[in-house]
Write a protein that binds this ligand. Structure first.
Ligand SMILES: *Cc1c(COP(=O)(O)O)cnc(C)c1O
Length: 411
């Protein structure tokens, strides 16, 4: 291993016993037998719980925690988290169904998304969840549907802020965006809202995702709270809800450092009293997806063939980009980098070598690890892709090339 090359951040969550990775307190080799097939995703229940506990410890106690379930919509995972967090954020009618099935109180479920159909709005209004309105047009449609149902829809306004979350993996606010209502148009929308039968709850201000920088998050929180105070002046009633977004990132690639959550919490704690003084009734919510689930999940595939091509070692597995697009580098990455990958049944011992892990698809894009330092492995060994609990299976083109589906288990 070249020590001057940037390394992956250490993965502390999973134990190793007798050289074998443990997931959910079980040796990976045995778990593979229990599952009955590879490839599969495994999510560790204890790690999910530990992550929520960490957030509770580091963030100010008044900050409520919502799970943004698009990160991992597996019903068992959502159900487990529903018992630990304060609310669930959904972004489709399908996700709404899963969230309601958990028993989470509808008032603590919010529904965002720039293209909600009338059918989805109707279901959400009937359910009693909070609609994060993404446009003035959507507000009008919600009011019409509410009238027809005899229900005053619970609504918040999703704001497209007039600033960005700097150094974010994905910017979802600032500048022209399909998400939310431009901040400068919100006061007029709120004035119009006063004439409609809508139950105004507050604001949803989301500016970005996958951020590892304390400073960037502090700046975004500061600007978010200032914007909320400004907009509250035009509101038909005092806001009861302020969703300040999330965007907490996890380390995926070599050289990335874990987010210093403690500092994020301290900074937020310093900002909140000023808000509290002016909006005493507003519940402060942060919504997190990958930070809650990303590190608790692994993707596991089995080596079918080991081959050497002109001096380079390839481990050909039964899993690939059709199950894990993000690890292949094709889910929004500009430059492909390796996720943390290991041979799960040879975690430490034995000789090592530089090898690439590829899948069975007939495309060079099907690459899970590009010339990584790995334990020497061959047919039957288990390749593990870490940091796979978020944007894994549900964010992958499962039908591409007609290979078998991956299973998912919560252990
Ligand atoms: C995608 C999304 C999230 C979750 O993002 P993560 O990076 O997984 O935390 C939260 N809120 C909204 C509005 C989103 O669109």
């Amino acid at each position: 291993m070249n020590p001057s090359r940037p390394q992956h951040a250490p993965l502390s969550g999973f134990a190793i016993v007798d050289d074998c990775l443990q997931v959910g307190g079980m040796a990976l080799t045995r778990l593979a037998e229990r599952v009955g097939q590879t490839p599969f995703y495994a999510y560790d229940r204890a790690l999910l719980s530990a992550r929520v506990a960490l957030l509770r410890r580091c963030l100010p106690s008044e900050v409520q925690l919502h799970y943004a379930m698009k990160a991992n919509p597996m019903p068992a995972v959502v159900q487990h988290l529903a018992g630990l967090v304060d609310g669930i954020d959904v972004a489709s009618g399908g996700e709404l169904q899963v969230a309601l099935d958990t028993g989470m109180a509808p008032a603590h479920i919010s529904f965002a998304g720039p293209g909600k159909t009338d059918g989805e709005l109707r279901r959400a209004i009937a359910a009693g969840v909070v609609l994060n309105l993404e446009s003035a047009g959507e507000m009008e449609r919600a009011a019409v549907i509410g009238n027809a149902l005899g229900i005053a829809p619970r609504v918040a306004v999703r704001v497209n802020p007039d600033f960005e979350l700097k150094s974010s993996g994905m910017k979802m606010g600032g500048g022209p965006k399909q998400f939310g209502v431009d901040a400068e148009l919100v006061p007029a929308m709120l004035r119009r809202m006063a004439a409609l039968e809508l139950d105004f709850h507050g604001f949803h201000i989301y500016c970005g995702s996958q951020n590892l920088k304390v400073e960037a998050l502090r700046e975004a929180h500061e600007k978010t709270l200032a914007l909320a105070l400004r907009l509250a002046e035009a509101a038909p009633r005092a806001p009861r809800l302020l969703n300040i977004g999330g965007g907490f990132g996890i380390p995926y690639f070599p050289g990335e450092q874990r987010l210093d959550l403690e500092s994020v919490g301290i900074n937020l704690g310093q900002l909140l009293p000023a808000l509290r003084a002016r909006l005493p009734q507003a519940a402060i919510v942060t919504e997190l997806g990958r930070y809650l689930v990303g590190e608790a999940g692994v993707y596991v595939a089995r080596v079918i063939e080991r081959k050497v091509s002109r001096g380079q070692v390839f481990l050909v597995t039964d899993g690939g980009l059709h199950h894990h697009l993000a690890a292949s580098g094709n889910f929004g990455q500009v430059i492909r980098k390796n996720y943390p990958v290991a041979i799960g049944n040879r975690m430490q011992g034995g000789p090592r070598e530089t090898a690439s892990v590829v899948g069975p698809l007939c495309t060079p894009l099907d690459l899970l690890a590009d010339q990584m330092d790995l334990a020497q492995a061959g047919a039957g060994d288990l390749v593990v892709v870490f940091q796979s609990g978020a944007y894994g299976l549900s964010a992958s083109p499962a039908a591409f090339l007609g290979h078998p589906a991956a299973l998912e288990v919560l252990v």
